[in-house]
Design a protein around this ligand. Structure first.
Ligand code: GDP
Ligand code: MG
Length: 177
């Protein structure tokens, strides 16, 4: 990882979704780490800094992961406050995790700014492709379109480069700011 320049523009991006959908693995891979990022469970909130270059500018994305505390709704306001980007993750093989994005969005919207850039990620495409798919691409696309977000299906475990996901979101954030 390149060192972060203190004069660099910084953006806050939160990762939201049910337990077990792959948020912590995604955050780790966005930061080119193989293993989940160590976190402080007593605080319950944590971010990892990540350098992203778009259109010749390197910016800093602080990627917030809920550190396993996603079921505590009381943390959500602090978590989403002043975020420029939000990544909503569900598991393509688990319909429940897709359906719960509605409530997740509702809870997040208390502090998530209206103009935050959003991305919906259907994760575990590797499992979906072996016959375990429970959520169709159309369902994912429709949900995303309703909240003016892009939709992607990925395998955090198997894809060569999941950073593409972040790059597109950051490009959108930079172009808005
Ligand atoms: P979190 O609770 O949302 O933070 O989920 P984790 O990142 O801890 O992942 C939960 C489990 O799903 C772990 O056992 C991961 O190895 C697994 N997992 C995450 N992403 C994928 C994926 O793309 N494919 C498969 N097969 N498993 C995944
Ligand atoms: Mg986690």
């Amino acid at each position: 990882n390149r060192p972060l320049d203190p004069g660099q523009r910084t953006f806050k991006v939160v990762i939201l979704g049910d337990t077990g959908v792959g948020k912590t693995c995604l955050a780790a891979r966005l930061n080119n780490k193989d293993a989940p990022i160590p976190h402080n469970p007593t605080i319950g909130l944590d971010f990892t800094a990540c350098a992203v270059t778009v259109d010749g500018e390197t910016v800093r994305a602080n990627i917030w992961d809920t550190a396993g505390q996603e079921r505590f709704n009381s943390l959500l306001p602090a978590y989403c406050r002043a975020a420029q980007g939000a990544i909503f993750v569900f598991d393509l093989t688990d319909l429940r995790t897709f359906l719960s994005l509605d409530r997740c969005l509702h809870n997040a919207s208390v502090t998530l700014p209206d103009d935050a850039c959003k991305l919906v990620v259907g994760n575990k495409r590797d499992l979906a492709d072996t016959g375990w798919r429970a959520v169709t691409s159309n369902m994912g696309e429709e949900f995303a379109a309703n909240i003016e977000a892009n939709y992607v299906e990925i395998s955090v475990l198997q894809d060569d480069d999941v950073r593409i996901v972040l790059k597109d979101l950051i490009r959108e954030i930079v172009s808005k700011s």
